[in-house]
Design a protein around this ligand. Sequence first.
Ligand SMILES: Cc1cc2nc3c(=O)[nH]c(=O)nc-3n(C[C@H](O)[C@H](O)[C@H](O)COP(=O)(O)OP(=O)(O)OC[C@H]3O[C@@H](n4cnc5c(N)ncnc54)[C@H](O)[C@@H]3O)c2cc1C
Length: 460
Amino acid sequence: MAGEGQSGDARRTVAIVGAGLAGTSAALGFTDAGFDVTLYSDRDRESLRDKVPPTGVGVLFGKPREWDAEIIDDLYEVGNTTGISVRLHSGSGADRADVLEFNPDYGYVAQAVDLRLRADDRLGRFLDKGGRFEVTSVDTDRIDAIAGSHDLTLVATGKGGLSALFPVNESRTHYREPQRRLLQVTLTGLDHGPDTFAYRSSAGGDHSLFNLDSENGEIFVGPFLHKDAGATWSFIVFAKTDGAWAAKVDEVEDAASARQTILDIFTEYFPHDAPAIEKLQVIEADPVSWLKGAVTPTVRHAVATTRGGHTVAAIGDTAIAVDPVAGQGAANTLIQVAELVKAAKTHDGEFSTDWLEAEFEKHWQRRGWAAVEVTRLYLGDPDYATHLELSFPAAAVDTNVASALFGLLSDPNPLLTLGNRDDVLGFITAVSGEPADDVLGRFEPAGRFSSATESATAVS
Ligand SMILES: Cc1cc2nc3c(=O)[nH]c(=O)nc-3n(C[C@H](O)[C@H](O)[C@H](O)COP(=O)(O)OP(=O)(O)OC[C@H]3O[C@@H](n4cnc5c(N)ncnc54)[C@H](O)[C@@H]3O)c2cc1C
């Protein structure tokens, strides 16, 4: 095969379009596996790192980090957490109630690193190893030419870009519209470590916070490694589309209004935390440290044919896009890429449609399907009402159940075995070591949560 992307050597050629986490991971992984790689990006390196917000927070909960380690060494010591402090509230006004809380150790490490830094580190290593990086916006004509002149062409243009090349897989796609309005921002001003948020638990800021409001949505707050500012705090508001937070999220227009909106929500809905949250400030040096929007959870047929009849395959969000509430998107991306690199390295034949479809099917069975389902669980999908009704009270009285619930972020596959009420009760019995009815019988509503005070938070 000759043409664009060929360098005259005998190595098999790979074209990758899009230089987010998926594209840069694939570029580095395929280069290390001995392929001749060209990475196409609509933005240059500086723009990718400094002119756009990170696509998401990209916390890697536990096991996905093992696949990531197949692509690149672990370069980051900041942003690692070992557990999560969860609080559930319900009602409004006089009926407002602190329903339950739990604070498990995950039993694994979760790592929250700015996706722009992760991608830039991969891109830098790819370039150091002689990889070709072409800055161009690839359209449907160009993808046809690229696919015609490479042995393997991967599309990693995220949820938009060239994703329309890949038809939606209707049977695997559960929603036709977003389930949450999303607001993400990174703020600075509080140390990581046990002194910050110490009123929530002895782990304090070694754990992330997850506040749920039964009517309006959820807020995640976690220690984060910002690409320039270092140890910071990342926030995600998951606003239910019919709740009171959604309109507030839609009105955000910059980092300062993102911070103010989050502070307003904490003051009204989570006043226990508001004195601590108030100490956090925007990162002046990074005006694009925030993002708002929404994801329509979508699974696509990940192999398609270009106009000229050439095969292309989707990776990352282009193949499977999930709402971020269960932190599965970046994880799913890295697992897909690491496994595809290994499979391609040992595959002798053509990268045909059949071969690529079979590889995507393996990915779906290995992780994709479970990632979609655990996201539906955390979204509170009616199909999982029984799971939530039983597992949250059980988690509040048994820390093993709480750990197992968050163990599903690391490996969501056990969820696929929990089809009905008896399965969930069996799961609670198995992880708690006592009959589920006894566990649930001990549950009592929280009463009143502990609060932040001026002295309970450490300002950096
Ligand atoms: C608020 C939020 C929080 C999240 N939190 C988590 C989390 O905690 N854990 C987790 O695992 N996941 C999380 N995610 C998901 C995660 O961020 C994504 O799954 C991941 O970043 C997707 O990477 P990607 O490379 O597929 O796409 P992208 O990052 O979107 O990259 C696509 C790239 O392609 C480029 N491009 C587009 N069109 C073209 C074109 N025509 N030609 C050339 N280049 C093009 C774009 O400019 C971009 O650089 C979160 C997502 C959101 C929105």
